[in-house]
Design a protein around this ligand. Structure first.
Ligand code: SAM
Length: 331
């Protein structure tokens, strides 16, 4: 598939000086102009009042609201519920968090922006919607903000800003946290889900079309692990991991490698299917567990003449990668 993020970016972002070399208060010319069209025309349910100036938004990207229909889809894709605390990085008029709390029942949210007038507007909108006890908007640079309290992050930024945020999101968010982004991808970190929407009122990026991306922060399952099979044999496994992609190799101690046919990781949930020699037979084993720190707890189902399920636990014996970004040196 084409990278829609890049296409959308070309419409307004590519002439932009890399944000890392620009002071946060200085507009990014082409990007800000392209987005300005939408700041006027793309407003949906929460109106932007006259702020007494031509352009809204301060920092690395100009203000453009995400159309409400797209906000709703972002919440649905992230499965926002009462268990969630949502953070919007670059919160604009506050619609992402107000929607998360008032329509999807999130327990709370916090938005960060650099534009004082948008912050005032977002806090006023939260008050108007009766959620100001659970949603606050605060002046803070998104790159200097601790996001570890979030279970869901919402973004409507630019491709290069998503990429710049990526290591921070990996470092601070708990495994299983969801990130949803309007229009822009995360480079080579493949999304779990991508949706294309027809949005006739949208004027910026790819006019009339919005892209929504969902990522789930994976646990760090990299390194070497040891566990016992139901028949008492010991298995040594090595997991190589980039983002959520895991490559699992296993060897029975004193015997030959097992044949791993499937290995997936989604948040903390790991699944490994393998064909294992047990005596003279080769039996399918399905391991399902949760990666928590240096331990995995779960079950293993063995397909013999009858199926049997027994507890499975594994311990990491070393080699955990410092980061799940590509080319991270082993720790
Ligand atoms: C495209 S708007 C998105 C608004 C809102 N999240 C939405 O989806 O409707 C981006 C916002 O990011 C803010 N912003 C830009 N750079 C920022 C930074 N470094 N830290 C915090 N906010 C920033 C801008 O002021 C603007 O309000």
């Amino acid at each position: 598939m084409n990278d829609p993020g890049s296409k959308a970016a070309r419409a307004g972002a590519e002439q932009c000086t890399p944000s890392s070399r620009r002071p946060a208060s200085r507009p990014c010319g082409a990007t800000r102009r392209a987005f300005l069209v939408g700041a006027v025309a793309g407003v949906s349910s929460l109106a932007v009042p006259s702020l007494g100036r031509a352009q809204f938004g301060v920092g690395d990207v100009v203000y453009v609201p995400t159309p409400q229909v797209v906000v709703n889809r972002m919440m649905t894709m992230a499965k926002v519920s009462a268990a969630d605390f949502v953070i919007d990085l670059g919160s604009g008029d506050g619609r992402q968090l107000i929607t998360a709390v008032s329509k999807f029942g999130a327990k709370g949210g916090r938005g960060f922006d650099l534009d004082e007038e948008l912050l005032k507007l977002a806090n006023a909108n939260a008050k108007k919607e009766g959620v100001s006890d659970r949603v606050q908007f605060v002046r803070r640079n998104m790159f200097e903000t601790d996001v570890s309290g979030a279970s869901v992050i919402t973004l409507y930024l630019l491709p290069e800003l998503n990429l710049k945020l990526r290591p921070k999101l990996f470092a601070e968010l708990r495994p299983g946290s969801r990130i949803v982004s309007h229009d822009y991808s995360m480079g080579d970190w493949q999304a779990e889900e991508t949706v294309t929407m027809q949005v006739p009122e949208k004027q910026v990026g790819t006019p009339g079309i919005s892209y929504v991306y969902l990522w789930i922060v994976p646990a760090n399952a990299s390194g070497t692990w040891q566990w016992k099979l139901p028949n008492g044999q010991t298995l040594d496994a090595t997991v190589r991991q980039t983002f959520q992609n895991v490559d699992v190799r296993g060897t029975l101690v004193g015997a030959k490698p097992i044949n791993v046919t499937l290995a997936t990781l989604r948040g903390e949930d790991i699944r490994i299917s393998a064909l294992v020699e047990v005596g003279a037979r080769t039996l399918r084993h399905d391991f399902v567990g949760r990666v928590r720190g240096d331990a995995i707890e779960g079950t293993v189902r063995v397909y013999d003449k009858t199926e049997s399920s027994t507890p499975w636990s594994a311990l990491r014996t070393g080699g955990r990668a410092a980061s799940l970004e590509p080319q991270a040196p082993p720790r």
